[in-house]
Design a protein. Structure first.
Length: 288
């Protein structure tokens, strides 16, 4: 009887070991799929949008992690303290005596097949003819369903407007022939923005001549934020590390030593004065 129990126990252990290895293998395959290299022709030759098709390409070889993009964005769009439309993920890789930092600027991907757009119950999230994903604040009820739907975690609930907020590619600047604030401010010139339907544009040429990747390609959302030199370890780093997650979800107000009233005062200083507040028209009817 004891021998039978030993055999059964051994069988269970072997089965667990197999499942663990198999699970690890599947995880690796899934991650490899996530950062599959895109073919330039698949990106540039699509006929889904025939006019202008805006996109951003971020060359991670040039990003120095200075956060100038985040600061510029917050000022341009009067983003409340503690919230971001774009931020830079920072990861240390290597072992002692051979360690370096890696960076991934993150923002709304303005996906061609945006899940947030499909799932908004009041159709506040919408796509423009130029491929931008925007939010009509007048229609938004702040239910946060789009935030849950977004696989990139790049939306936030605006504490004062009581709507969802996100990157707009600075559409108010685009209409004036300017670049998004983050692109114009990038110290390392890592961000390239433009119309990928225009064969003469800088971004078209860069995509055509480089190996490019997107985040979470398995979601099939067709993101319009592309990366050069994106690697799997950096993209996945910290997703199961509690200390890492705690750091990136820290209480900025507490760290700065300011209360909610002080933050609201700062927000109100730029309210109606910032470039976006003065020029951005959020209604769907004004962004066909």
């Amino acid at each position: 009887m004891i021998d039978n129990l030993k055999e059964k126990l051994k069988e269970k252990i072997n089965r667990r070991g197999f499942l663990k290895v198999a699970g690890t293998g599947l995880t690796i395959l899934a991650l490899q799929k996530m950062l599959t290299k895109l073919e330039a022709k698949d990106v540039l030759e699509t006929k889904s949008i025939t006019g202008k098709r805006y996109a951003m390409l971020i060359d991670l070889r040039k990003c120095i992690g200075c956060d100038a993009c985040s600061v510029a964005c917050n000022q341009e769009n009067n983003v409340p303290i503690g919230f971001y439309r774009t931020w830079v993920k920072k990861v240390e890789k290597g072992e002692y005596n051979n360690v370096r930092d890696y960076y991934i600027p993150t923002l709304c991907n303005h996906c061609e097949d945006a899940i947030c757009n499909r799932n908004c119950p009041v159709k506040a999230t919408y796509k423009t003819s130029e491929g931008l994903t925007l939010v009509d604040y007048d229609r938004c009820i702040g239910c946060r369903y789009c935030m849950v739907s977004c696989p990139y975690n790049v939306r936030f609930a605006h504490p004062y407007r009581k709507t969802v907020d996100k990157c707009t590619f600075c559409v108010h600047r685009l209409k004036e022939g300017k670049l998004p604030a983050c692109v114009e401010t990038c110290v390392g010139k890592a961000r390239i923005f433009g119309d990928i339907n225009d064969k003469k544009s800088e971004i078209y040429k860069a995509i055509a001549t480089n190996s490019i990747q997107v985040l979470k390609s398995e979601q099939n959302t067709k993101p319009h934020v592309f990366y050069i030199s994106l690697d799997i370890e950096t993209a996945e780093a910290g997703k199961t590390d509690f200390d890492y997650m705690k750091y990136y979800r820290r209480d900025i107000k507490k760290e700065l030593g300011v209360n909610g009233n002080r933050i609201k005062e700062q927000y109100n200083i730029l309210k109606g004065i910032s470039e976006a507040d003065r020029k951005y028209k959020h209604q769907k009817k004004l962004n066909p």
